[in-house]
Design a protein around this ligand. Structure first.
Ligand SMILES: Cc1ncc(COP(=O)(O)O)c(C=O)c1O
Length: 301
């Protein structure tokens, strides 16, 4: 069975989906997106992803022309047709096809294009990472705020390629002030003097949904956590580190700049926290996200 997607309310095999050459997402990265994972057919943290999509739309002056219930129904229909069980869902909204390949918004006369891609979820929860701090800087907040989840990921593509060329599996990018921002598609936590530290939003990072859940969850596990600026030297002396993202949950860091941390294995705290976070996520899904999703999809019918 080929992978399915939903392009502007039509469910088609990915290989048959066609985006017009004048689509501004294709031409200029003039688009926004979210990646959501599901447990069965229920998206985890959907309200947070929907809220962030709206924030991203506002940041790029994109008027969303579908409401939450309509897109939820499209996602539900695509998940049902694909029938993968636990799934990866990528929701992309482009500014649509313009009249000409001209960046001016005056040419953006088409309706937004809505794409839902659904694939079987490859297990990445807790996947360890080897990090390298790369020369390439994270794009400045005043240029294109990393808090906006736009289709402009070339900064991250090149940061990741630089890290991989050094034998790492992911990069850490600094900002113009020399502060740590994040990895290519994950936020970063480092344990310093017994406290988990993660860069604040004004370092120029994506407001990761997993990061935000962890800021709330870690103190409930008896862990101290603060948002504070970090330097490369802070990472070098960190007791443990992990990445956070929708797909990874907590991804323990085993190496920094080619140097093995705690013998090149997974740090004991990150390992224990991962197990507790997975358990907590299942409870949240059962008690909170599941019922909300059912109500939303039910109302949309
Ligand atoms: C640049 C960047 N930072 C952080 C994250 C993690 O965000 P979330 O926890 O919402 O998946 C992502 C996810 O794609 C990302 O692209």
């Amino acid at each position: 069975m080929p992978n399915l997607c939903n392009l502007d309310d039509r469910i088609v095999p990915e290989c048959d989906a066609r985006i017009p050459v004048l689509d501004r997402g294709f031409l200029f990265g003039d688009s926004i997106y979210e990646v959501v994972r599901t447990v069965g057919n229920v998206p985890f943290a959907w309200p947070e992803h929907w809220a962030r999509l709206q924030t991203s739309a506002a940041a790029i002056r994109l008027q969303l022309d579908l409401d939450e219930a309509t897109i939820a129904r499209r996602i539900a229909a695509t998940l049902a047709a694909a029938n993968h069980g636990d799934s990866y869902v990528r929701l992309v909204v482009t500014r649509g096809a313009g009249e000409a390949p001209n960046i001016d918004l005056a040419y953006a006369t088409g309706a937004p294009c809505w794409l839902v891609m659904v694939r079987p979820l490859s297990p990445m929860s807790g996947k360890p990472a080897r990090l390298a701090v790369v020369d390439r800087l994270r794009v400045d907040r005043k240029a294109l705020d990393p808090a906006t989840k736009s289709g402009n990921y070339l900064n991250n593509v090149l940061g990741l390629a630089e890290a991989k060329a050094q034998g790492a599996t992911d990069c850490v990018m600094l900002n113009h002030d020399g502060h740590v921002t994040e990895a290519s598609t994950s936020n970063l936590f480092a344990r310093l003097d017994g406290t988990w530290c993660t860069p604040p939003l004004d370092a120029g990072i994506l407001a990761g949904i997993t990061r935000s859940l962890l800021l709330d969850f870690l103190p409930r596990c008896g862990e101290r956590v603060v948002e504070r600026h970090l330097s490369h030297a802070d990472l070098e002396r960190a007791e443990e580190m992990f990445l956070s993202s929708t797909l990874r949950d907590l991804g323990p860091i085993t190496h920094l700049d080619g140097r093995a941390l705690h013998g090149g294995g997974i740090g004991p705290r990150a390992e224990a926290l991962l197990a507790r976070f997975q358990e907590h996520s299942q409870e949240r899904l059962r008690d909170h996200y599941g019922p909300r999703w059912q109500a939303l999809v039910g109302n949309a019918r």
